[in-house]
Design a protein around this ligand. Structure first.
Ligand code: KG4
Ligand code: ZN
Length: 364
């Protein structure tokens, strides 16, 4: 092992998954995921139809130590083999974030290891680099249950926001509409399953922000219209077609805004390789992937989406963001704070604050 090889334990507790992973990054940047353990709390939240913050925090406390132990065991490494500990420090449900961050601080203190306080969104941003050779810079669509934004990613700590949602995140829209269709939580995968073989044109749904030429998203009108339509449905075929129309409408909006962002990005990066990455839980959706692949091909961008296990929340992406930060000498003190809100592009967020209450608080 060369001295510049880094082995990092990652911890992720910002929502309803308790996750730990060990990632090794060699001096030349090659990445190996030695383990990635995700303990889902779906069963604990399902009776409430969504994530209950107090239940999530308690479940993280109960399982984090065992899950971190499992990740080390599976990776075949001990605490003594680690170069650093990376923990999500936000944005997210702060009670949960505090659990993983405190655990990470305890390991760092006890073992004399550097701590890296990772932005969950930066984790999603690097997630495609876990299993594919995606060099910086790239255009990123980050589309999950708590976030929906387009970012120009130049490297670690260097993201510029090109567009964001002005109300709900796309995953949140999937989840809420799925609930009105009587589907179980989490709604995105259930709605995708229901939509199979459906007719996307049977129901007409509104299109958002038609008068605007920017890259912002809005899903609240779609959510209201779908809820109203869902109330009058009686047959399974009608529900299937509505699910299909909703999925098509979300995929269309994501593709339209991405297309706009690609045009601006390509203009700013003339003569360079153009790369597009989609990450976050909604990137698991096949229709969304298909629309985005078409757009990327038409605009001359390469298309990369992480493996499904790295699209949804996981700790391997946190460990990799931590390893990339550590390689640059970017570490944090044991006083690092848990942050419910933490925009990746702080300058853009300050210049154009969009404060909306969502499942994870304001969209960062
Ligand atoms: O990235 P993630 O695990 O957590 C957040 O950081 O939010 O994303 C979870 C979101 C949920 O809203 C879930 O319904 C959605 O991603 N999702 C999907 C699919 N799989 C997960 N949405 C649509 N289709 C899917 N196949
Ligand atoms: Zn996430």
């Amino acid at each position: 092992m060369t001295p510049s090889t880094l082995t990092v334990l990652g911890l992720e507790t910002s929502c309803d998954e308790t996750a730990a992973a060990v990632v090794r990054r060699s001096g030349d940047g090659a990445v190996t995921v030695l383990s990635s353990v995700v303990g889902s709390q779906i069963a604990a939240h399902a009776p409430y139809g969504g994530v209950v913050p107090e239940i999530a925090a308690r479940a993280h406390v109960e399982t984090i130590e065992a899950i971190a132990g499992e990740a080390l065991r599976e990776a075949g490494v001990g605490y003594a083999d680690l170069s650093g500990v990376a923990a999500t420090a936000g944005p997210g449900l702060v009670g949960g974030v505090m659990v993983g961050l405190s655990f990470g601080k305890a390991v760092a203190l006890a073992r004399g290891l550097p701590l890296i306080a990772v932005n969950h969104l930066e984790g999603h941003a690097v997630s495609a680099r876990l299993d594919a050779d995606v060099a910086y810079p790239f255009l990123l669509l980050l589309v999950s249950g708590g976030h929906c934004q387009l970012l120009a990613v130049d490297g670690i700590g260097a993201c510029r926001r090109l567009g964001t949602t002005i109300d709900d995140a796309a995953g949140e829209a999937f989840d809420k509409i799925a609930k009105t269709l009587g589907l179980p939580y989490p709604g995105g995968p259930a709605l995708e399953h229901l939509a199979k073989g459906g007719d996307p044109d049977r129901f007409v749904l509104p299109r958002a922000l038609l008068g605007r030429k920017d890259c912002d998203f809005s899903f609240s009108g779609l959510k209201t219209a779908a809820a109203r339509l869902a109330e009058g449905l009686t047959t399974n075929a009608e529900k299937r077609d509505l699910a299909c129309a909703v999925q098509a409408a979300i995929a269309r909006q994501l593709a339209e805004r991405t297309d706009r962002a690609m045009q601006a990005y390509a203009h700013a990066h003339e003569g360079r390789d153009l790369r597009f990455v989609v990450a976050g839980g909604v990137a698991a959706n096949a229709t969304v992937r298909a629309r985005l692949t078409e757009i990327a091909t038409a605009r001359g961008f390469s298309f990369t989406a992480p493996a499904l296990a790295y699209c949804t929340d996981n700790a391997a992406m946190i460990a990799l963001a931590g390893a990339e930060r550590l390689a640059l000498g970017l570490t944090d003190g044991l006083d690092a704070a848990a942050r419910p809100r933490w925009p990746l592009d702080e300058a853009a967020a300050l210049a154009n604050p969009i404060h909306v209450a969502g499942r994870k608080g304001a969209k960062a």
